[in-house]
Ligand binder design. Sequence first.
Ligand code: DHB
Ligand code: FE
Length: 282
Amino acid sequence: MSEVIWGLGTSHVPSIGAAMDRGLVADPLWAPLFEGYAPAREWLAGRNPDVAILIYNDHANGVDLDITPTFGIGTADHYRVADEGFGRRRVPDVVGAPEMAFHLVQNLIDEGFDLTVFSELDVDHGFTVPLSVWTPDPGEAWPCPVIPVMVNVIRYPQPSAARCYALGQALGRAIASYDGVGTVGVLGTGGMSHQLAGARAGFVNPEFDHMFLDAVARDPEKLTALHRDDYIRLAGSEGIELIMWLVMRGALNPTVRTVHTAYHVPASNTAAGLALFDNRAG
Ligand code: DHB
Ligand code: FE
């Protein structure tokens, strides 16, 4: 019996990682963003789980664009940091948790979620930046083994928000039925509102983002009712990454305590958000 102890939703904007790697966190441009992270990092530092599950999307760095798994899971014992064209980030590679990952994928397939299984995978900024948001100074290794759960948000048609939430609920049941570890942290990543290209490049929607931050805590069903076209219209073509927060939320209890939220516009072209939930409060 394993227990999810916390859930963390966070943006994965690559320049957040670059700012950390280049020692710019105290720069006036970046300081407000990183100050917003501080209370969450402090709370998390005393609560390292045995395993983390990180819901993320690849940006055609680990998987070529000619293959688009709608949902995937990593069963490897090790994931390399991807080279996205300017060298690998100098952060630790990721240690996996193959035995637990096999348990999860068996249970998810039995529940009707036929995930693509990755026995080899390089992880890009969608993965490493959220790890850095959680753990700014990992030293030689991240705080625990991490299982990647991949969601297609970059090619139409993305999975529905309702399907993502249902996947999270099934994931929560699969975690609970695993005896091999004790505590689990779940990260939902991407967002918040942003659009990187096209006529609406630079689009952000703080009103939508604040609605999302409130509803993901207290009324996630409200967010599952939105169609993918609603996400793209209201949050931008890349803002649909937010559906990955719903996988994380589905894995938590119906009632959670919000430990901390942060919101900053812009990080690069994106509305950067963070929400940390204590899953032991219900
Ligand atoms: C940016 C945001 C993203 O989500 C991403 O994957 C790449 C770039 C940005 O705002 O620069
Ligand atoms: Fe992205």
